[in-house]
Design a protein around this ligand. Structure first.
Ligand code: NAG
Ligand code: NAG
Ligand code: NAG
Ligand code: NAG
Length: 371
């Protein structure tokens, strides 16, 4: 599950220009706005040469992690929003939850890679820090120099909701490669373990599965490598509302086909069949890795195996699940799973994505359609 992230040194946090920073602080019931049209005695420079210039707050190209702070250490849940322009150089953004000059989170734009990044800085030097998440820029936003970009973070408890420019679709991704523990997964049924860099299920009973993610996830793509080690049926779960309410798309070895079912409450094996598809350009077999992919769009599910489109099935019963977690699954089968990936283009109103506590592997930026 641990993902190696190679990060360039924050060589020069250059020419940050911010204006219109709004802080909405529930605890203090208010909004504060800095438009930098006049003095800013309330800002405290931690590092760098900062000045007000032409109605913006400006820092010249300088060293690593140059920043200026506002507000109080005790602010806990709030929203911070700013317009940011990188005049020269590659990395700039907004700071939040700053406990001291060296202890804070920063959400910033990375021009050369066209990504957004989230880091936690710590004592030891301006560049002492740990990576929390990296995310591709949303499709419609090109992170570039000399361009104003709206940045916003909604901070609540240990969850940060990260936004980039208003009215742009979301693009987020999470991958689990099971190199470490799978402690963010929740087994619903069955005997699960991480072995040899894969997530394994021992041969057991019916509809054994383990879940990941948020019950609020709506349309997304879930992918996984699936191997049936002993037994006939295994696959991927999506739109899981609870341990017993979910869809599963699975491989059926003896019949050389794939099947889609909707599970429901009552028992592990309580379920309705949505449809089945004869394997298209694939032979379903034991002991081989299959790449399974499900693309969800409303009640329509597009199904792929090993890059071959198997077909499309829809749940037209009206009893379907519009949102839910992802997962992996098998039925009276020993199976191995790897490289589970969830990509959401438009997860609206869902929960949230970036949990800062030691979730180095978790990469999920949540960009809402509206500010
Ligand atoms: C992002 O938002 C800013 C400010 O609203 C706008 O000027 C800019 O064109 C937007 N950039 C992109 C790439 O959408
Ligand atoms: C901040 O948000 C967290 C999570 O929702 C909550 O547990 C905590 O009580 C909030 N703090 C305040 C001061 O409201
Ligand atoms: C099977 O694969 C062949 C070769 O890639 C392709 O031409 C054909 O259209 C595929 N068949 C189906 C049903 O997808
Ligand atoms: C499984 O189905 C595919 C596609 O219909 C077919 O090409 C293949 O020969 C079948 N395999 C077996 C073992 O029947």
């Amino acid at each position: 599950m641990r993902m190696t992230i190679i990060v360039p040194k924050l060589a020069a946090l250059s020419l940050v220009v911010l204006f219109g920073i709004a802080l909405a602080i529930p605890t203090y019931a208010g909004t504060q706005l800095w438009d930098f049209e006049e003095d800013h005695d309330d800002w405290k420079v931690a590092n760098g040469e900062w000045e007000i210039k032409g109605g913006t707050y400006h820092v010249d190209r300088g060293g690593q992690a140059e920043h200026s702070l506002i507000g109080e250490e005790k602010w806990d849940n709030y929203t911070i929003e700013a317009k940011v322009r990188l005049d020269a150089g590659n990395w700039a953004g907004i700071v939040f939850r700053a406990e001291s000059e060296m202890e804070y989170y920063v959400y910033y734009l990375n021009v050369p890679s066209n990504i957004i990044e989230l880091w936690r800085h710590k004592e030891g030097g301006w560049a002492a820090r740990d990576n929390i998440a990296q995310n591709p820029a949303v499709e419609k936003v090109k992170i570039a120099n000399e361009e104003w970009i709206d940045m916003k973070v909604v901070v609540e408890g240990d969850t940060f909701e990260v936004h980039l420019n208003a009215s742009v679709a979301f693009a987020g991704e999470q991958t689990w490669s099971f190199e470490g523990e799978a402690d963010d997964w929740t087994p619903a049924n069955g005997d699960w373990s991480v072995e040899d860099g894969t997530y394994k299920l021992a041969k057991g009973g019916r509809a054994e599965h383990s879940l990941i993610g948020d019950v609020g996830w709506e349309d997304y793509t879930v992918e996984a490598k699936v191997r049936l080690d002993e037994g006939n049926w295994a696959g991927v779960v999506f739109r899981a509302q609870s341990e017993m309410e979910y869809y599963v798309y699975y491989l059926n070895v003896p019949n050389n086909k794939t099947e889609l079912w909707r599970h429901k409450t009552g028992a592990w094996d309580a379920r309705d069949k949505i449809g089945e598809l004869a394997g298209s350009n694939i032979t379903v077999a034991n002991g081989e890795w299959f790449d399974m992919r499900v693309v969800l769009e409303g009640n329509v599910m597009k199904l792929w195996i090993n890059g071959e489109e198997q077909g499309e099935l829809a749940d037209e019963t009206g009893a379907g699940y519009p949102a839910g977690q992802a997962g992996v699954w098998a039925w009276e089968t020993a199976a191995s799973f790897d490289d589970v990936k969830v990509v959401g283009d438009e997860v609206i109103g869902g929960g949230t994505p970036v949990e800062p506590q030691d979730k180095l592997a978790t990469t999920w930026g949540h960009i809402k359609q509206r500010f």
